[in-house]
Design a protein around this ligand. Structure first.
Ligand SMILES: Nc1ncnc2c1ncn2[C@@H]1O[C@H](COP(=O)(O)OP(=O)(O)OP(=O)(O)O)[C@@H](O)[C@H]1O
Ligand SMILES: [Mg+2]
Length: 256
């Protein structure tokens, strides 16, 4: 019998409440290093809410309450000993709307490594910035204008800058919440290519409304509906032979 590699992250019976209202219901899922996991499902089904439990971003939402257990390398991320700032460096996040700081391109990427003390010298920091921009597929476009403002870039470039910013602190997991939904098709294709290239180096979770995108970029797909994780499996199977009627209805466009 083959033994499974340990999961990068696990969620067990995770529920999220906003006040009295339950937005996520007893979700259990494993996130693995070598594959991209896509979260799909109709608007309001809890994809973003669940995604945010994976790096405790819901902590910043006043009335949100999380139940259940989530581990990163076997360690409970909701334990009292967990350093949340450190956690969010290890489990980085990229949002739907690119949100560079109103600072230079260089500073956008250098900020994290600096506050986390990852660079020993100026040259070291420059090297981290260059490497992160290269990995994010942005270096060639910005190497001669590192002092320009990050907000002066195009939307697609801004999103790759945000990915570079996440990469710069050496994350293990990258969470992306509809990272391409505000971008045109060419910028979207670049983000999808980038996800391919980053796969293996980081565990990647992507929320998307675009079913073709989920099929293109992910190896595992999780279908959410009304706060429930209805079905989770290999992307090929989910799209060609879903087990659940609700999954089938959604991927064939019957609702959503
Ligand atoms: N800050 C909040 N306070 C109260 N309710 C919220 C909050 N954020 C989300 N909700 C509710 O929780 C449920 C799940 O929302 P969530 O944003 O996670 O859905 P989603 O699947 O990401 O939707 P979309 O595809 O539209 O982004 C919805 O009913 C939503 O209205
Ligand atoms: Mg959402």
């Amino acid at each position: 019998m083959m033994t499974d590699a340990p999961h990068k992250m696990t969620a067990r019976d995770v529920s999220v409440f906003y006040g009295e209202k339950q937005a996520v219901k007893n979700v259990s899922i494993d996130i693995d290093m070598d594959r991209v996991t896509a979260f799909i499902g109709p608007s309001g089904c809890g994809k973003s809410t669940f995604l945010r439990t994976l790096n405790r971003m819901n902590d910043t939402i006043g009335n949100a309450r999380v139940e259940g257990q989530i581990t990163l390398d076997g360690e409970d991320i909701y334990s009292s000993g967990m350093d949340v700032v450190q956690l969010r460096a290890r489990v980085g996040m990229v949002f739907q709307k690119p949100n560079p700081f109103p600072k230079s391109i260089f500073e956008n990427v250098a900020y994290g490594p600096r506050i986390h003390g990852l660079a020993n010298s100026k040259a070291d920091l420059e090297e981290i910035v260059a490497r992160s921009l290269r990995r994010a597929g942005l270096w060639e476009e910005v190497k001669d204008r590192l002092n320009d403002s990050g907000t002066a870039l195009s939307g697609g470039q801004q999103q790759r800058l945000c990915i570079a910013r996440a990469i710069a602190v050496d994350p293990e997991v990258i969470l992306m919440d509809e990272p391409a939904s505000a971008l045109d098709p060419i910028a979207t294709a670049k983000i999808e290519e980038l996800i391919h290239e980053l796969r293996g180096r980081y565990a990647i979770v992507i929320v998307t409304h675009n079913m073709q995108q989920a099929a293109r970029v992910s190896q595992r797909t999780a279908f959410f509906h009304l706060g429930n994780l209805v079905e989770y499996g290999d992307t090929d199977n989910i799209f060609t032979a879903p087990r659940e009627e609700r999954t089938k209805d959604y991927i064939t466009g019957r609702y959503g």
